[in-house]
Design a protein around this ligand. Sequence first.
Ligand code: PLP
Length: 539
Amino acid sequence: MTAFRRPPADILADIEALRAADAPTHGGRVLSYVYDAGLPQLDALAADAARLVQPVNGLDPTTFTSVAAMESSVVGFARRVFHGEDEPGADGPGVDGADRHGTAEGGGVVVGSVTSGGTESCLLAVKTARDVWREARLGTPRTPRIVAPTTVHAAFHKAAHYFGLALDLVPVDPETGAPSVAAIEERLGDDVALVVLSAPSYPFASLDPIADVAAITGPRAIALHVDACIGGFALAFWPHDLPAWDLAVPGVTSLSADLHKYGYAPKGVSVLLTRGRDRQRHQYFATTEWPGYPVVNATMAGSRPAGPLAAAWAIIEALGEPGFAELTARAARATTALRDVVGGIDGLRVVGAPTGPLLAVATDDEVPPDRRVDPHHWADAARAAGWHLQLQPGLQQSDGTRLPHTTHLTVTPVTEAALPELAPALVAAADAVRGVPRVDGAEVLAAMAAQLPGGAAALAAASDGLDSDAAAALLGAFGLLGGSGAGDADAGGADAGDALPDRLAPVLALVEALPAPLTERLLVELLARVVEPRPFRPE
Ligand SMILES: *Cc1c(COP(=O)(O)O)cnc(C)c1O
């Protein structure tokens, strides 16, 4: 047997030491990214399930039949809880022969796939819609369009970019985060391959007007995707009445929901449901035109892990619908409690009418400036006390209105147990920063530009494009990258610990003040430098 270079216990101890520097994944101190059911037995079951299928390759479910069995069962659960079993068109309009894709009034059986995550589900929904659109317009030179509210998840920006569609963003009401149905209707045309709505949106937790929009896209045979990536598996068990938002709505042609969010599975598992087998077959890629094995992929990967799928399957088997309902009820109670806490803090307000276990918090501009609380200073103060809230930038919409900068909270079942500590911490954080004006991005920018060798002119020139060393130098000047900022791997590589400064409010202010392409280039550099290769020492 090949001797190990190091004892396994040492190697695992190294990982544990690295993990100690991570944000805590359990206990409710991080209110984004992680979804803690608060049930260690459930995490243990998921880990055991994943381990049992560790060597399996999900690439070929005919060779590894366990993958097919678990995938069809997980998709079956999702189809049931999102009301896709009912075949709304079965005895209604739209199930004639002309409706092969299940497009128009919503006919067609609901089928689906397990993907690696929400982004992949969204990417595939867009690719499928594009290919259905193209097939119906063979030879068209036109660029297909996606119509969606500005609050649509960035995964759809990515999908438009990857698959060559134009993303037509419809402004939402800056007070509530809600889009208007009339504004969406105005954008519809023959070049629209897909309308996307969220249930709810990530930035403001607004539940988009799904039934009203479906009533105008359906008759025009325009596909409608419901992005329920974050909220889906919570809304399906929500303890309060909601307007119809899922596959019960005729005209919804696809729906995405992440099992690695409110399905409590480890990262790497989501479902994409699609109405109409023929529509869904456009999701697949197949080729026999190479000398290797015939390739048939439902999703973007080739070889696929089965671990996250097995974990999700095991969790569904363990919890069943009553278990999901119980966990959702905890998250819902905690969300109501947090809304009350924030509502009671002078100078802050909850944005709009959030639906589901998440919310955004903005400054209450109705009170005098000395009583206002800036949500980013608030988040920084909370972080200093060990509570991680997520800062969201403000955004200028195409109609000139401005969406406020906010702080996002994702609420999980474990938040309920954390409330006795969390609620006073949120109040204390607000007290600590009340009256402190928000960071002025233009001022920060001017101060930084003054320090640059070329001054403001250097910054303006930077907007025209930077190579990686120039980008790193700029990050260094902004204090966002350790070392010289411009050099080789050793000097310029950021330690993960260097990546984030203590206070994020000035960083977000910069994000808003800099032109988006420059910010994006700088952030690419920052993230790339964090994983700059370290020298591997053979002995
Ligand atoms: C999280 C999320 C996504 C993307 O999912 P990932 O799993 O992070 O790839 C898409 N849409 C919404 C609304 C989300 O919250």
